[in-house]
Design a protein around this ligand. Structure first.
Ligand code: AFP
Length: 384
């Protein structure tokens, strides 16, 4: 029996100690999410036993049928965050609008976006599903200062001084954050994320996250109910073994994407060594496999999804932050995902993510086809 383990709590605290200015709020936010993940994991494990399988009867904002576990996961995360005083606003793939912190609770300095249960069409067949989350620092500070800001003990002064003719001054850091979060807090480019991560509910439950200090993975030990460090400092291979894409869309892709995917399969002379195909249709599971073993995941635009299918804020940006921190990369085919400025909460984007050289290969292949079709007059040439 192992007697020395690193819990997620200890690991996050150790990391926080490296930053003397850290207040511990981000660490606590990560525990809040880890707690929600444990509750969701327990519900998923019992899904075949209790009446939580199947549809809840409603549709979400994307017009997709909501499953009972979708609803449960969404409510669990919101309930784990809204009362903590650490969050100013939330955004969920299951909710149309920004989710304000209820007026009875204090608003905090972080905005959290999440896809509560990604890949939920896999639930009824007992395949892996996941939760994806993304944390931004609040940028709006709408509330005016209050009495709490000026009635602070002297030991909290950030600076003080006097001017010889008789002026004394004292400066305190603001403590009131009364205003609710706004759209500006949730519509930030991915490069501004302070943390992101995912939880994979598979044969075991894993939580993988980054705060910009590398990517670390924890496995839930169900016997003690703790996430234990199992994958410290994950680095993804520069070149992968797998390509993951829904190839039933092949005829709906443009010629550039078709050429890139043919290249990944090794169908282009003098191109890549052929890769093996793996696709579950659950982003967390497909991404996680490729992160560990090396590979590239693609969800390009197609004639049915002209802007791609995946959501920039709930899926692409958080995964892109992890990919880059693991020395991989993420693009919309050619441009970096983390530089994209969101204009709406449920914005979609094409996504190519994974091992750095493979993502680069796809971008080069797409550019080459674009360049050659531009010469012949048309930029986007439909494949069929
Ligand atoms: P669901 O949550 O509706 O199952 O969608 C999952 C997802 O958003 C993502 O996790 C998958 O990678 C992708 O869609 C699968 O889409 P296709 O079924 O079109 O391949």
């Amino acid at each position: 029996m192992q007697t020395s383990v690193t819990t997620i709590e200890r690991f996050v605290l150790d990391q926080e100690d490296r930053f003397p200015e850290a207040t511990g709020e981000l660490s606590n936010l990560l525990y809040d999410i880890a707690l929600a993940a444990k509750i969701i994991a327990a519900a998923i494990r019992r899904a075949g036993l209790v009446d939580v399988l199947g549809y809840a009867g409603g549709k979400n904002v994307q017009g997709e049928r909501q499953q009972k576990l979708d609803v449960l996961a969404n409510e669990t995360i919101k309930n784990s965050l809204k009362h903590t005083g650490r969050v100013c606003a939330m955004g969920s793939e299951e909710d149309e609008d920004i989710i304000p912190v209820p007026p009875e609770y204090a608003a905090g300095k972080y905005a959290v976006l999440f896809d509560p249960l990604d890949g939920s069409s896999n639930i009824d067949v007992n395949s892996a599903v996941g939760t994806i989350f993304s944390i931004y620092r609040r940028v709006s500070l709408e509330g005016r200062g209050t009495a709490a800001d000026v009635l602070q003990p002297g030991c909290r002064q950030a600076a003080s001084g006097y001017v010889m003719y008789g002026t004394i001054f004292s400066i305190y850091r603001r403590v009131s954050l009364e205003g609710r979060g706004t759209a500006a807090d949730v519509l930030q480019p991915g490069c501004r994320q302070v943390a992101s991560g995912y939880v994979m509910y598979g044969s075991s439950t894993m939580l993988v996250y980054t705060t910009g200090q590398g990517v670390h993975g924890f496995t839930l030990d169900p016997t003690i109910g703790e996430f234990l460090l199992s994958h410290p400092r994950i680095i993804t291979p520069r070149v992968g073994t797998y390509y993951s894409v829904n190839e039933s869309n092949f005829g709906r892709w443009d010629k550039a994407v078709q050429t890139a995917v043919r290249g990944l399969k090794g169908d282009i002379p003098d191109g890549l060594k052929p890769k093996n195909s793996r696709y579950i249709g659950s982003l967390v599971a497909d991404f996680h496999r490729n992160l560990i073993s090396g590979g590239v995941f693609l969800y390009p635009a197609d004639t049915r999804n002209p802007n791609g299918k995946l959501r920039l804020l709930y899926e692409a940006s958080p995964m892109a932050f992890i990919a880059e921190q693991a020395e991989g990369s993420a693009t919309d085919g050619v441009a970096r995902i983390l530089d994209m400025i969101p204009h709406s909460l449920h914005q979609r984007t094409p996504l190519v993510i994974g091992s750095r050289e493979d993502v680069g290969f796809v971008a080069d292949a797409i550019r080459r086809v674009f360049d050659s079709t531009r010469v012949s007059g048309s930029y986007y040439e439909p494949a069929l």
